[in-house]
Design a binder for this molecule. Structure first.
Ligand code: HEM
Ligand SMILES: *[C@@H]1O[C@H](CO)[C@@H](O)[C@H](O)[C@H]1NC(C)=O
Ligand SMILES: *[C@@H]1O[C@H](CO)[C@@H](O)[C@H](O)[C@H]1NC(C)=O
Ligand SMILES: *[C@@H]1O[C@H](CO)[C@@H](O)[C@H](O)[C@H]1NC(C)=O
Ligand SMILES: *[C@@H]1O[C@H](CO)[C@@H](O)[C@H](O)[C@H]1NC(C)=O
Length: 376
C-alpha cells in the first residue's frame, strides 16, 4: 500500500485545472457525462497529509495574546462540538468555522492537546461524510456555500450539524434532532449536567459523573424520543465525548481530574477558553472511557423501532468492542452511500482521505484490514 508521503508527492505533481464551472451551483440532475465533466474540471485541491504529533505536548497558556476571543460575525459557522467552536472563537481554527482537515488536527493538538492518532481519526471520519473532498473544506456548523462547489448527490457536504453521521442522539448539552435543534447549546440539558455533577461529583464533572450521565441520557432518549437511535459510528463518539470535558476542559495546571462547572459553561455555552487557560499537560484521547463503558456494559447499540420505549437491538451495528467492524461498515456503508460511484478527481480525493482515515485507525491501535471501496 502506498504511504501518505507517496500520495502527496503524486498529487503535488498533478496539474490542477481551473474551470468555468460556476461556483456553488448544485450538481443534482446532471447526466453521468455531465457529472464527469464537472468533477474533472472543478479546481482540485489535493489533500495534504495530516500533521504529526506536537514536538512539545507540555501544558502552556493557550488563551494568549495571539489568540484573543472574538465574538461571532454574521455567517461564521459554529456547531455541536464545544471544542471546535471554542478553537474557532480564538482563531486556532479559522474564525469563519470553515477549515481543512489538517487545520482541525493542528488546532485540537495545539489548543487542547488531543493525541495525534485520535485527532486524525476523528477528523477524517467526520470530513469524509460532512466535508467537501473537492475543495478540502468542511464547515464545523451548518451546510454552507463557503465550502465550495459540491460533488454530485447523494453526497451531502452539510457540515458537522448533519444528523447521524457523527452528530447524533444523547448529547450532553444538545437536544436530540427529533426535538428540533440538534446542535445549539441547550440550557435545560446543561442544568441536567449540573445536577449530575452535583449528585455524583460534589459539584464538579469527572469520569464518575460522565458514566452516570451517559447512562441517564440513553434511558432518557429511549423514554422520550420516538426516533431515538444510538448505533455505530455515532455510538463511538457518544462514549468518547463523555470523557472529553474531564480530559480537555480542565486547566493544565490543575491535576485534580475534576472539571468546574464554570469552565464547563465557558466551553459548552460561551465557546470561549476560561481566562488565562492552560491546555492539559501531555496529549491524551479517550482516557477514562473504560469507567463509562463499564457502567453501561448492558447497553447494546440499537434504536426505538415503534415509538418511545420500543428499544430494539441492531445486530448489524458494530459494538464498542468491535472497532474494525465499525471501520469496515463506515467505509463500505456510510461513505459508499454518499459516494456510490465517484470518478475523476473526486475519486482521487476520496481515496486519499480514506487512506488517511485508515492510517489513523491503525495508529490509534485498531489493526483492521483495509478496505478499498473504489478499488486500489
Ligand atoms: C480535544 C478535542 C475535542 C474535544 C475536547 C471535543 C469535545 C466534544 C464534546 C464534549 C462533545 C459533546 C457535546 C455534548 O454532548 O453536548 C463533542 C461533540 C462533537 N464533536 Fe468534538 N471534541 C473534540 C474534537 C473533535 C473533532 C476533531 C471533531 C471532528 C472534526 C469533533 C466533532 C464533534 C461532533 C460532530 C460532535 C457532535 C456529536 C454530538 O451529536 O454530540 N470533535 N465534542
Ligand atoms: C440538524 O440541524 C441542521 C442545522 O439547523 C438542520 O439542517 C438539520 O435538518 C438538523 N437535522 C435534523 C435531523 O433535524
Ligand atoms: C435539577 O435539580 C433541581 C433541584 O433538584 C430540579 O429542580 C431541576 O428540575 C433539575 N433539572 C433538571 C434539568 O433535571
Ligand atoms: C468524582 O467525584 C466524586 C465526589 O467527589 C468522587 O467520589 C469520585 O471518586 C470522583 N470520581 C473520579 C473518577 O474522580
Ligand atoms: C497488523 O496485522 C497484520 C496482519 O494480521 C500483521 O502482519 C501486523 O504485524 C499487525 N501490525 C501491528 C502493528 O500489530
Amino acid at each position: 500500500m502506498f504511504s501518505s508521503l507517496a500520495v502527496y508527492t503524486l498529487l503535488a505533481l498533478q496539474v490542477c485545472t481551473i474551470s468555468a464551472f460556476p461556483a456553488y451551483q448544485s450538481l443534482a440532475g446532471l447526466t453521468r457525462e455531465e457529472l464527469d465533466a464537472v468533477t474533472s474540471s472543478t479546481p482540485f485541491v489535493a489533500p495534504p497529509p495530516p500533521p504529526g504529533p506536537l514536538a512539545d505536548d507540555s501544558s502552556k497558556l493557550v488563551y494568549d495574546s495571539a489568540h484573543p476571543y472574538q465574538a461571532l460575525r454574521p455567517g461564521d459557522q459554529r456547531g455541536p462540538c464545544p471544542a471546535l467552536n471554542t478553537l474557532a472563537s480564538h482563531g486556532y481554527i479559522p474564525r469563519t468555522g470553515i477549515a481543512t482537515p489538517a487545520q482541525i488536527v493542528t488546532a485540537v493538538q495545539e489548543g487542547l492537546n488531543l493525541e495525534n492518532s485520535f485527532a486524525r481519526f476523528l477528523t477524517y471520519s467526520t470530513f469524509l461524510v460532512n466535508g467537501n473532498p473537492l475543495t478540502n473544506l468542511m464547515s464545523i456548523g451548518d451546510k454552507t456555500s463557503a465550502t465550495g462547489p459540491n460533488p454530485p448527490k447523494p453526497a451531502t457536504v452539510s457540515g458537522l450539524d448533519t444528523h447521524n453521521n457523527c452528530e447524533g442522539d444523547t448529547s450532553m448539552t444538545r437536544e436530540d434532532a427529533f426535538f428540533g435543534d440538534n446542535h445549539s447549546f441547550n440550557e435545560d440539558r446543561f442544568q441536567n449536567f449540573i445536577n449530575f455533577s452535583n449528585k455524583y461529583g460534589a459539584g464538579k464533572y469527572n469520569y464518575t459523573v460522565a458514566a452516570q450521565l451517559r447512562k441517564f441520557l440513553i434511558q432518557d432518549s429511549i423514554q422520550n424520543n420516538p426516533q431515538f437511535t444510538l448505533v455505530s459510528p455515532r455510538l463511538f463518539t457518544a462514549f468518547a465525548e463523555s470523557v472529553f470535558p474531564a480530559n480537555f476542559f480542565i486547566d493544565g495546571r490543575d491535576k485534580s481530574g475534576q472539571l468546574s462547572l464554570t469552565n464547563a459553561r465557558s466551553f459548552f455555552q460561551n465557546m470561549m477558553f476560561p481566562p488565562n487557560f492552560y491546555r492539559r499537560d501531555g496529549a491524551v484521547s479517550t482516557t477514562g472511557q473504560d469507567i463509562v463503558i463499564n457502567l453501561n456494559a448492558n447497553f447494546k447499540p440499537g434504536f426505538n423501532a415503534k415509538g418511545v420505549n420500543t428499544f430494539t437491538v441492531d445486530p448489524t451495528s458494530a459494538t464498542l468492542a468491535q472497532p474494525c467492524v465499525r471501520y469496515v461498515n463506515f467505509v463500505n456503508n456510510n461513505i459508499k452511500e454518499l459516494y456510490p460511484n465517484p470518478t475523476g478527481t473526486l475519486k482521487q480525493a476520496l481515496t486519499i482521505n480514506l487512506q488517511y482515515l485508515y492510517e489513523a485507525t491503525v495508529a490509534a491501535g485498531d489493526n483492521c484490514t483495509q478496505v478499498f471501496p473504489y478499488g486500489h
